[in-house]
Design a protein around this ligand. Sequence first.
Ligand code: KG4
Ligand code: ZN
Length: 368
Amino acid sequence: MESSDGLIRVLGIETSCDETAASVVELRGDQAAEIRSSVVLSQIEEHAAFGGVVPEIAARAHVESLDGIVEAALEDAGMGLADVDAVAVTAGPGLVGGLIVGLMTAKAIAAAAGKPLLAINHLEGHALTARLTDGLAFPYLLLLVSGGHTQIVLVRGVGDYQRWATTIDDALGEAFDKTAKMLGLAYPGGPNVEKEAMRGDASRFAFPRPMKGSAQPDFSFSGLKTAVRQAAGAAAPLSDSDVADVCASFQEAVSDALADRVARSLARFREEFPDIAQPALVVAGGVAANRQIRAELEAQCSQQGFRFIAPPHELCTDNAAMIAWAGIERLRAGLGQDDAASFVPRSRWPLDEVSRPLVGFGRRGAKA
Ligand code: KG4
Ligand code: ZN
């Protein structure tokens, strides 16, 4: 699977939600990895008017731009298709229209160029990113907090994942987006809620900390959302400072609840792997950009003797470098598929197919 010069180079393609992305990642003979290019086209503006991702619009936008994005990624990398060893594409979970566009394009490219195709789980891309950026060794814990997911996953090896916790209702990014919508803030809500929260009074509203203290390690955010709706209704019409206070109180509740839930899994990791001197928690997903949440998680990690690893923002949110990298990891581990050409997109595709299913499990639907 290696080029004659000892490199592995993979072209990655990502179209599972509202980013159209392509990237070339290279692994050198000395095992150093380099992102040769990473092009991400966000469709945020096309969906903003609707307050969330509209699947039809997303699929159409992927069709319109994917060819050009792939060309741009190859050009930025200074390569042609002949220079890559394989094509890796997100095959799920996600919005099926977008997945079809990506998978069909990747199949066509791979067939035309005579390259192997790798069908990648989007969540595996997030799970393995810290090995691309930080060369992290297995096992470690991953906290994935995005618009579609809130999960803690034990990453034991390539293709070897165990879900330790998940949301039993809304994803955390969804809670941010819905809170923003209730308050009349623009989509995507997370960054706007964070901005408002900076000038608000976090002690004004006593919002619940769902599941805090529970022995069950999972997350829940729908009760918090209801509390925000009630508080916003009671205080209507909302002044600018009311909005800021709701945001600050919401963010405080979320950070607090999240840190409590994460603490439980960190403790479990310690019990299961007592010999690992400096275990690590990796965060991924758009919500990981939130400064208060990061600070809270960092504090929790240092209290429990964990390294806190947050890949750069552009690699935490959706991108194709993580898909190309997952392809390289799979090739290197001898897990390249022979049947990828007949792979059909999977809108639901949990990383851990064994753990009991819950509502938020392996789902990655529209962000709204
Ligand atoms: O990972 P991502 O870009 O896309 C997927 O959902 O896969 O995550 C987007 C989510 C949105 O719900 C957005 O509101 C949230 O991440 N988000 C944030 C922040 N930036 C993005 N939430 C809280 N604070 C932020 N600064
Ligand atoms: Zn994602």
